[in-house]
Design a protein around this ligand. Structure first.
Ligand SMILES: [Zn+2]
Ligand SMILES: [Zn+2]
Length: 415
């Protein structure tokens, strides 16, 4: 009984020799292509070896050379050639891991599908996969680098019809913290509103609203070191152009696109950025990072501590101001999107917590306050009230219209 069952199973897995014979008579296939089409029939051998075994099993004596193969049209003979052009295209790039991809001539892909459909094979390997794998293996040996399927430093894609290679290069990410000592410098590059970056008379042909930015001051030398083509600046929250960023600085990740060099001396870069920053900006804590960290610092809710210089219309009453500060401590305020940012943020009411508020000094119409808030609080509007769009606000509580004269971020907590 047992034997019978086993017999049945074996019978169903034995390949249909007639179908293989019909396929080999129908299409002129080289051994590698035969081995690929009937991949499921034998494991642990190369496609070429498998093809040979299959031919002898079904007694098909005509051996087709790869150059005469109807399916691959000699493509498999060109693996060394493709390896060479990939190697040449990688010559000026630093990388540790790579991956080979290929775009196979459509004609060959069509023929491959037809052959596999006709053969009734239950497991084939696409020619593309063989190419990628074989070229990858040769290059691993030649270059001493490793194939990585998840996040390779470089993916080289071969287009077999045009005999060209295109490279997809993983961005390089550098984490750090920056401080900004001078007001009037935006966090990121700000294209001219009139010409949108092309350059016009209004922007004196710079294409920018401001001469420089934190982004540019950090990126310039980073791009020189890495020979990247572009960069993107990811800051942990934005800050007003007229606010300074003090204390231990604001976390950021600079993304360098298409870097040719990945190993750079960050201590040297740090020093150069600070020298060029010329006491306007300064960076610290530079280290290599990744795309996941960009998401982390962009989404993180870091509490912020601000130092605010407030200016009131009428002379300030210190006792009253202290009471207002106490009232605000621990409350949640409602902020409707301020007019000044309405063009880039959705109009809605945001609730933000004020963790602490204290008065450092009062002199005439000027007061100095330290305020700790939840991430995303509009501090200028907390002071002015923004025509009642922020509730409660310092101006209304004091019954004395106030505005922020100077604003500094002195700490970003939670990192
Ligand atoms: Zn072939
Ligand atoms: Zn312009």
């Amino acid at each position: 009984m047992t034997l019978d069952i086993r017999h049945t199973i074996i019978m169903t897995t034995i390949p249909d020799h007639n179908q293989i014979k019909r396929t080999l008579n129908q299409y002129r296939l080289c051994d590698a292509c035969i081995g690929r089409v009937f991949k499921y029939m034998e494991k642990g051998v190369t496609n070429r070896e498998r093809g040979e075994h299959i031919r002898s099993t079904v007694k098909h004596t005509v051996k087709v050379e790869t150059s005469d193969c109807w399916l691959c049209e000699g493509l498999l003979d060109e693996i060394n050639h493709f390896t060479d052009i990939v190697q040449a295209s990688l010559k000026n790039h630093e990388f540790h891991t790579f991956l080979i991809g290929s775009k196979i001539d459509e004609d060959i892909v069509k023929k491959e599908k037809e052959t596999i459909d006709f053969s009734g094979s239950t497991g084939s390997e696409p020619i593309k996969m063989e190419m990628n794998r074989e070229i990858g293996k040769i290059l691993e040996q030649k270059l001493g680098k490793i194939v990585n399927f998840e996040i390779p430093d470089i993916t080289a894609v071969i287009d077999t019809s045009f005999d060209v290679v295109s490279l997809q290069i993983k961005s390089l990410y550098i984490y750090g913290r920056y401080k900004k000592f001078e007001r009037g410098i935006p966090q990121t590059r700000w294209p001219c509103r009139i010409c949108r970056g092309k350059g016009c008379r209004a922007c004196q042909y710079t294409g920018k609203m401001y001469e420089t930015s934190v982004e540019e001051l950090i990126a310039k030398q980073t791009l020189e070191h890495t020979k990247g083509t572009e960069e993107a600046f990811h800051g942990s929250g934005r800050e007003d152009i007229d606010a300074r960023m003090l204390g231990t600085g604001r976390p950021f990740v600079l993304e360098v696109k298409n870097p040719k060099i990945r190993t750079i001396d960050l201590a040297v870069l740090n020093q150069q950025v600070n020298t060029m920053g010329n006491e306007r900006i300064e960076v610290s804590n530079l280290r290599f990072s990744d795309a996941a960290e960009v998401a982390r610092i962009k989404n993180a809710e870091f509490r912020k501590i601000y130092e605010v210089v407030l200016e009131a219309e009428k002379p300030l009453d210190e006792e009253k101001l202290k009471k207002v500060a106490l009232t605000l401590q621990g409350t949640t305020i409602q902020q409707f999107t301020p007019t000044r940012v309405a063009h880039r943020r959705a109009n809605l009411v945001r609730e933000r917590k004020i963790y602490s508020c204290s008065i450092d000094s009062v002199e005439g119409t000027i007061a100095r306050l330290t305020i700790e808030t939840e991430s995303g609080t509009y501090v200028k509007e907390l002071v002015s009230g923004d025509n009642g769009n922020t509730q409660p606000n310092i101006s209304e509580l004091l019954n004395n219209p106030c505005k922020v004269k100077d604003l500094d971020v002195i700490a970003i907590k939670g990192e």
